[in-house]
Ligand binder design. Structure first.
Ligand code: NAD
Length: 260
């Protein structure tokens, strides 16, 4: 296993992706950041990680709805770092609505960003990993990749889909030193969750505080949010030599949600 890993993490300007990027940089690994946001804030994140950990941190703003930009993201990472050893498919959005009112463009965007983008990144990065006999692909699915909740038809569909992709890629990489795993977090307090609280309140006829207590933390037996640091640390472990036989699995980090 190479000591210095070259990594690319989609949707890493915020939340879980940024948590994973920070954990990877702290290991001394190079990081290609991706995602949307204010240009100055992204540059501050990039330069901050580079200064703190003494690694190369670059940024590419590829839109995960656009296959040609996704291919260019992988090509840019390969040309900057020489190769992609670790690919984390993390970019994602959410939209909460009863199915009969669910906007078609939101369905298409969620399927593209939360599911299809992982196919395009994997397709572009896989051959190099296979050739070198080492690769780690980590798909950030969700507890919603294993169980459903009402009003999240597109999200639950995309997350179940990415768990299926994870298993298929694991089989294709199995004899080539390439593992593929899904991480299935429960609720993590990131902008993605904070933004859906008002919509969930509307869809369920609750106050926002009731949504936090009765929907979000109610789902998790520990009654605590998962943290981005906990997910970052697990992603680091999945990249290690000790994780070489862990592949094709959907790993819950959900405070016991899916066990219920
Ligand atoms: P977030 O909103 O904090 O971050 C999402 C990231 O994706 C941002 O960097 C954003 O810019 C990027 N992004 C969005 N659309 C994009 C596009 N078209 N192209 C490129 N980048 C794009 O959300 P988060 O909570 O950190 O979510 C990250 C992943 O974790 C998602 O796949 C989400 O479904 C999953 N997840 C989140 C939770 C949670 O509770 N927060 C739970 C389970 C799974």
């Amino acid at each position: 296993m190479p000591r210095l890993l070259n990594t690319v993490i989609t949707g890493s300007t915020s939340g879980i992706g940024l948590g994973i990027a920070t954990a990877f940089a702290a290991e001394g690994w190079n990081v290609m950041l991706n995602g949307f946001g204010d240009a100055d804030e992204i540059e501050a994140i990039r330069a901050g990680l580079e200064d703190k950990y003494g690694v190369k941190v670059l940024y590419n703003g590829a839109d995960m709805t656009k296959p040609e930009e996704i291919r260019a993201l992988i090509a840019a990472t390969q040309s900057a770092f020489g190769q992609v050893d670790v690919l984390v498919n993390n970019a994602g959005i959410q939209f909460v609505s009863p199915v009969e009112e669910f906007p078609e463009e939101k369905w298409d965007a969620i399927i593209a960003i939360n599911m299809s983008s992982a196919f395009h990144t994997t397709k572009a990065a896989f051959a190099g990993m296979k050739e070198r006999g080492f690769g780690r692909i980590i798909n950030i699915a969700s507890a919603h990749g294993l169980v459903a909740s009402p009003f999240k038809s597109a999200y639950v569909t995309a997350k179940h889909g990415i768990v299926g992709l994870t298993k298929t890629i694991a089989l294709e990489g199995a004899e080539h030193g390439v593992t593929c795993n899904a991480i299935c977090p429960g609720y993590v307090k990131t902008p993605l969750v904070e933004k859906q609280i008002p919509d969930t309140a509307k869809a369920r006829g609750m106050t926002e505080e009731e949504v936090v207590q009765k929907v979000i933390l109610e789902a998790q037996p520990t009654k605590q949010f998962v943290t981005v640091e906990q997910i970052g640390a697990f992603a680091v472990f999945l990249c290690s030599a000790n994780a070489a036989q862990i592949t094709g699995a959907a790993h819950q980090i959900d405070g016991g949600w899916v066990a219920k």
